[in-house]
Design a binder for this molecule. Structure first.
Ligand SMILES: *Cc1c(COP(=O)(O)O)cnc(C)c1O
Length: 345
């Protein structure tokens, strides 16, 4: 065996079927032991809960090959915890956190040849997903569930990688006030598909959603949280007035990196749309996006342009990016507990 013969440097953010995945089923009130399987197909009743009432949630994390050739994941305990939170909100049985970490270990180990080499620019994206699998016709939670974890090698989420993107202020909402915006529910993405297709057709990379209650403050984009750098070079992180921002692990890590590694002041507060022009830099952050710089926001035809421009990342976002990815890829010392090594033998 050995690494798969893939042009790692040129893959996009897409699905490639790998050799193995992990599956555990919940039935009669308990999760079974779980197995690694080569079977990528799911066979369900036409009346399965997930197909009728969208009872599903998911996660996303990455495995990296470090400079020393180790394979690591970044803070998988937080993904495990968030999937428990998502499951509870959707009346699904939580998948135990220690079993989640064990599944990550098993899936990455069973697909070790698919982990992109250090320095290639690609990573192994891991997708845990859980859904109601038995028949449900009256509106209620399913009694049976499947937890599945598969992986796929990926390149940059946004075309062009570190080039600044242009985003638009959306007239749609991605979540309701005090709804499900703060959990990783598949239904939030169903909500956002029309908005993203529309934005792409208009030439924008992503939508910026405003708070769904007043539509005056900045929340996040379809799949990434937002960070700003103010005129003094400090970090400002939007907070939701209606608890509808997804608690990004990348964003929480950036906040800590900004404080402890870069000695920046960090303010987490509600950010009004009408003050955004005062910021110098803007970035989108998430496991998939890492940190993508934003050059411009289009607000109904009016452009809000950041000083960092359309050519490259601004200086503070660049430092955050380099520090965060340095920690993830083992070039910089990580805070305790952030790096989880996958032992291959
Ligand atoms: C997954 C997700 C993010 C990013 O979260 P990470 O934990 O950093 O990957 C941001 N916003 C939304 C809506 C998401 O679903």
């Amino acid at each position: 065996m050995g690494k798969k013969n893939i042009d790692w440097a040129n893959i996009g953010f897409g699905y490639m079927k790998t050799d193995n995945r992990y599956v555990s089923n919940f039935k009669n009130g308990a999760w079974d032991n779980g197995v690694i399987t080569t079977d990528d197909k799911v066979v369900l009743s036409e009346c399965a809960g997930v197909l009728q009432y969208s009872q599903s949630c998911f996660e996303g994390l990455k495995a990296y090959e470090t400079k020393e050739g180790k394979i690591v994941t970044f803070r998988p305990d937080l993904n495990a915890q968030r999937m428990v939170d998502s499951a509870k909100r959707l009346e699904m049985p939580p998948f135990p956190q220690e079993r989640f970490i064990d599944a990550v270990d098993q899936v990455v180990k069973a697909n070790a040849d698919w982990v992109p080499p250090y320095g290639s620019g690609a990573t192994l994206y891991i997708r845990p997903v859980m859904f109601g699998s038995n028949e449900v016709i009256g509106v209620k939670p399913a009694d049976e569930y499947q937890f599945r974890m598969f992986c796929t090698p990926v390149g940059p989420y946004f075309k062009g990688g570190a080039k600044p993107i242009v985003v638009k202020i959306s007239d749609f909402d991605r979540a309701a006030p005090h709804g499900t915006g703060n959990i990783k529910a598949g239904l939030n993405y169903a909500m956002s598909l029309h908005a993203i297709v529309t934005a792409h057709a208009e030439g924008f990379a992503e939508n910026v959603y405003l708070d769904p209650a007043t539509r005056t403050t900045i929340e996040e984009t379809g799949g990434a949280n937002i960070i700003f750098v103010d005129a003094d070079g400090n970090l400002v992180v939007p907070k939701s007035a209606s608890d509808s921002i997804l608690p990004s692990i990348t964003r929480r890590s950036i906040v800590q990196v900004a404080k402890d590694y870069l000695k920046l002041n960090v303010t987490e507060r509600t950010v009004r749309l009408d003050e955004v022009h005062n910021f110098k830099e803007m970035g989108l952050c998430g496991t998939a996006a890492v940190i993508s710089p934003v050059g411009k926001i289009n607000d109904h035809g009016k452009e809000i342009c950041f000083e960092s421009g359309m050519e490259e990342m601004g200086p503070t976002i660049r430092k955050l990016y380099e520090t965060l990815t340095g920690i993830q890829m083992g070039r910089l010392e990580a805070p305790a507990g952030w790096i989880h090594e996958i032992r291959l033998n």
